[in-house]
Design a protein around this ligand. Structure first.
Ligand SMILES: Nc1ncnc2c1ncn2[C@@H]1O[C@H](COP(=O)(O)OP(=O)(O)O)[C@@H](O)[C@H]1O
Ligand SMILES: N[C@@H](CCC(=O)OP(=O)(O)O)C(=O)O
Length: 367
């Protein structure tokens, strides 16, 4: 008997439509059956369901464009239909569902993030299956997560999940897009995500999907840092979700990393937008990575962007490699004034004493 787990299942448009322009309800029943099986085994299931735009297109019965506003309108039409279908299919198994529509802004703000986390936790504690999508109808470019792959990674962090299944129309990540390259090979396991790997992942192969493999890789990178095992697998056919659990399915598995225990650090990994960058020197990189130290002014070489005390900042090397992110204790102007200085000089330079750490290790996550 497996340990009870929290499993986030992301269903792409490609899985829900089977590559057609309509929702494939027969397959949706099959997916619901498997979620029910998982629940019977004691696991908790969260769905991140795409398909609102596809459902809206199916409902509207009129030709419609592909601009952002057209998609927002279609999502507004289709989301109700989508949740109605899920609700009636889960009801066949006596399972309740709860809809949560999120945007980036709901997750960037710590208080709103905690509210969303509380709702999700409450739904799971009442044995309800949360069904999550981006709130497309109101999500403008600035506040959008933008694709449900990245959204599902954030949801996995929010739900403190064990596994994230990214189900799509391919068996996993290939060495190149299998739609265009017949020699493409499936990659079974990924231990490191680097630029070389990112170059293998292309965009979506269909007009209704968003992001393709590129966003699945971004999602895998975010989730595995938070200690979530990520699997990309083909969502068609029977028993796909159950087979992912028993590792019988061909797919790409991403080795999870050791996650920070602290909830606030997990929120930082969920990637609120950073307000700026601090460029740090090799000594600081080493102190952060090897000794788990705080960032001191001595290791700061430069500042970019606009930030105030308390803002989230990316720490980068001079060649723009992201090393860490964290909550800064000085404004941009103050950080610029004290860069390269010894801690003992700070109070004199700024005419106030705000401690010597530019970013304290408790407010910092490494990349
Ligand atoms: N290296 C790759 N391996 C697998 N698929 C890839 C790769 N690069 C690009 N793709 C494309 O990504 C598509 C899946 O993404 P997408 O269309 O957004 O699906 P979904 O709706 O499931 O999110 C595949 O159909 C494929 O054409
Ligand atoms: N939120 C949109 C889906 C966005 C998206 O990421 O789509 P997909 O790449 O098919 O998972 C919808 O419900 O249609």
């Amino acid at each position: 008997m497996q340990r009870a787990q929290v499993i986030v299942v992301k269903l792409g448009t490609s899985v829900l439509t089977g590559g057609t322009d309509k929702l494939d309800k027969a397959h949706m029943v099959e997916l619901v059956r498997q979620c029910y099986e998982l629940k019977k085994q004691g696991h908790q299931v969260v769905l991140v369901s795409s398909g609102a735009v596809a459902a809206g297109r199916e409902q509207l019965l009129k030709p419609c464009g592909r601009s952002l506003i057209d998609k927002q309108m279609l999502a507004a039409i289709g989301q109700g239909q989508l949740i109605h279908i899920w609700q009636s299919l889960f009801a066949l198994y006596g399972v309740n569902v709860g809809q949560m529509l999120l945007t980036r802004a709901d997750l960037d703000d710590r208080e709103r993030y905690l509210n969303a986390r509380d709702t999700l936790t409450a739904l799971l504690s009442y044995d309800v299956v949360p069904i999550i999508n981006e709130n497309d109808a109101v999500a403008t470019a600035e506040i959008k997560v933008g694709d449900n792959d990245n959204l599902s990674a954030l949801v996995a962090i929010l739900a403190n999940a064990d596994k994230l299944l990214l189900l799509t129309d391919q068996e996993g990540l290939f060495t190149s897009d299998p739609r265009t390259d017949v020699n493409a090979q499936l990659i079974d396991e990924v231990a490191h995500i680097d630029d070389e790997l990112r170059q293998l992942a292309g965009g979506s192969g269909t007009s209704l999907g968003t992001g393709g493999m590129a966003t699945k890789l971004q999602a895998a990178d975010i989730a595995r840092r938070a200690g979530v095992e990520v699997i990309i697998a083909k969502g068609a056919g029977k028993n796909v979700i159950l087979n992912c659990m028993s590792e019988q399915l061909p797919g790409t598995r991403f080795v999870k990393l050791t996650a920070p225990r602290d909830g606030r650090k997990k929120w930082l990994l969920a990637g609120p937008k950073s307000s700026g960058q601090i460029v740090i020197d090799d000594g600081a990189v080493n102190a952060l990575q090897q000794q788990g130290a705080s960032l001191l002014a001595k290791g700061v070489r430069g500042v970019r962007g606009q930030f105030e005390r308390g803002d989230l900042i990316d720490l980068v090397t001079s060649d723009q490699q992201l090393v860490a992110r964290g909550l800064v204790r000085f404004s941009k102007a103050e950080t610029d004034t004290i860069k390269g200085c010894h801690s003992s000089e700070i109070a004199k330079l700024l005419a106030f004493d705000c401690g010597s750490e530019v970013i304290h290790r408790d407010d910092l996550v490494l990349f």
